[in-house]
Write a protein that binds this ligand. Structure first.
Ligand code: AMP
Length: 469
């Protein structure tokens, strides 16, 4: 089981940390909707509550009240593969000879099958098929022989992949970001404590201040009195930040590694116009994912009117998997409808962040044309997605990816667009103001910054250096 998720850790000077953790999870709900959990520690013991569903479904007021203690961590789950069961909800908890551990993980590890087999050969048992459970096993095994930071360092040396983690060792709250900084993680200061979270929106919701991002390869330990934190930079490697966090996954109002996500998307929209501008009556976003891109596009194109050709029904969440094509089409119409006066008899530039399977763009172009749009020109704020993500974003196998074996011209035909253009990897690098070799571009270049079995490894021959504290 591999997850794309959201994590939180809170240490207060005094008072219950579960409530701010709960609010922070609300702010990060977009990172996972299948399950949620909070584990707190009151100085003597852990308290936990987790379950399947949205934060609002998993927690009642009483559930949060019962989570005593001024330390807490929280997690949101969206499995990219594997079963969805209550057992597999994070944070994982273990009681060991060296104290209690609770751990929540965002990302995916790529070598846990072999580590798991070694443990199983030694007689260890696992209760789920999760990569995170293997990480917890590894950490607990290290804690038998080493102090906490050294145990984390040894665990980080052994596991490979993407991980932004919040963990509690007894009542100590710790944040860990993998050496390549693939997934985001940041630190915030509250009036009465500190918070570590996947995205800065979780700090905003608590009225706190973003202090900084956790650096790639850094471990941050929050002071038990809630007055600061200790930093241990354990690895110093060239980063490989996931560009897709900026393009699609993170909230636009989050600031990640020094960049406001909304501004990045708007800049990419401007680049879309500069590289592939087309003379149409209106430019319209696919709501909500294309909105910031379309805003930038319209700013750059002073002769194209920004108008919303599509509206989203905000009360439709994820619809259940519908077995027939007819039912799937109804599902799209449940979610999206056209604003007829904006599109009737008009040529439309439609902007979205990405094409994965191609379902969304195919159906929306059809919907716009059925409702009177004369032409639909599709512009995409990322490069074609040609290969799967192994590092925590839900992108399927090559067979399911629209661009894995098709040219842009072929895709244009399949989705029924009058024209189709994408941004290039270099455009993404310009828009993010980040060198290409500081990003993970595996899904668009077919070459990964982490050694994944059977895939091309972009960093063959390079070695990360372990740094001193
Ligand atoms: P698709 O319909 O499969 O081509 O997916 C593209 C649409 O889904 C776009 O509107 C994206 O904003 C959105 N999207 C992109 N990546 C993902 C993802 N990993 N999970 C869910 N939705 C996504």
């Amino acid at each position: 089981m591999k997850d794309r998720c959201g994590v939180v850790g809170v240490q207060l000077e005094d008072g219950d940390a579960a409530l701010p953790t709960y609010y922070a999870l609300y702010a990060l709900q977009h990172r996972g909707q299948e399950g949620a959990g909070i584990v707190s520690h009151d100085g003597f013991q852990q308290h936990e509550h987790k379950g399947l569903g949205l934060v609002s479904e998993v927690f009642s007021e009483d559930d949060v009240d019962l989570l005593a203690g001024d330390s807490a961590i929280g997690h949101l789950r969206y499995p990219t593969s594997g079963d969805i069961t209550e057992l597999s909800c994070h944070p994982y908890t273990v009681n060991s000879k060296r104290g209690s551990i609770a751990l929540g993980h965002n990302g995916t590890l790529v070598n846990t099958d072999e580590i798991r087999r070694e443990y199983e050969d030694e007689g260890h048992t696992f209760s789920t098929d999760s990569d995170t459970e293997v990480m917890v096993h590894e950490l607990v095994a290290n804690l038998l022989d080493y102090p906490l930071i050294q145990s984390i360092e040894r665990t980080m040396t052994r596991v490979r992949g993407a991980y932004s983690v919040t963990l509690m060792h007894d009542d100590k709250v710790v944040g860990v970001r993998d050496p390549l900084g693939i997934r985001p993680l940041c630190i915030g200061e509250l009036d009465d404590g500190y918070v570590i979270a996947s995205e800065s929106v979780a700090i905003d919701v608590l009225g706190g201040e973003l202090v900084r991002d956790v650096e790639p390869g850094e471990v941050v330990v929050l002071d038990e009195d809630g007055e600061g934190f200790e930093s241990h930079r354990l690895f110093d490697e060239r980063p490989a930040h996931c560009f897709f966090e900026y393009v699609y996954f993170s909230r636009p109002d989050s600031e990640i590694d020094g960049r406001l996500v909304y501004d990045v998307r708007r800049e990419l929209g401007r680049l879309l116009y500069q590289r592939h501008g087309v003379d149409t009556d209106i430019v319209s976003p696919v709501p909500d994912s294309g909105r910031a891109f379309a805003t930038g596009y319209a700013e750059a194109a002073d002769d194209v009117e920004y108008a919303e050709g599509l509206m989203k029904n905000r009360y439709v969440g994820r619809t259940f998997i519908m077995p027939t094509q007819e039912a799937r089409e109804t599902a799209v119409r449940l979610k999206l409808n056209t604003v007829k006066s904006n599109i009737e008899g008009k040529s439309v530039t439609l902007i979205d962040d990405s094409i994965v399977r191609g379902t969304t763009s195919t159906q929306l172009i059809q919907l716009l044309k059925e409702n009177g749009a004369e032409e639909v020109h599709m512009r995409i704020g990322s490069p074609p997605i040609v290969s799967p993500c192994y590092l925590g974003i839900d992108m399927p196998t090559r067979d399911e990816l629209m661009a894995s074996d098709r040219s842009v011209d072929d895709i244009e035909d399949v989705i029924g667009a009058d024209s189709l253009e994408y941004l290039s990897v270099e455009d993404i690098s310009d828009g993010l103001d980040m060198p290409v070799d500081h990003m993970c571009t595996g899904c668009v270049t077919d070459s990964y910054p982490v050694d994944v079995d059977g895939e091309s490894y972009a960093r063959e021959g390079e070695r990360g250096e372990a740094g001193a504290d």
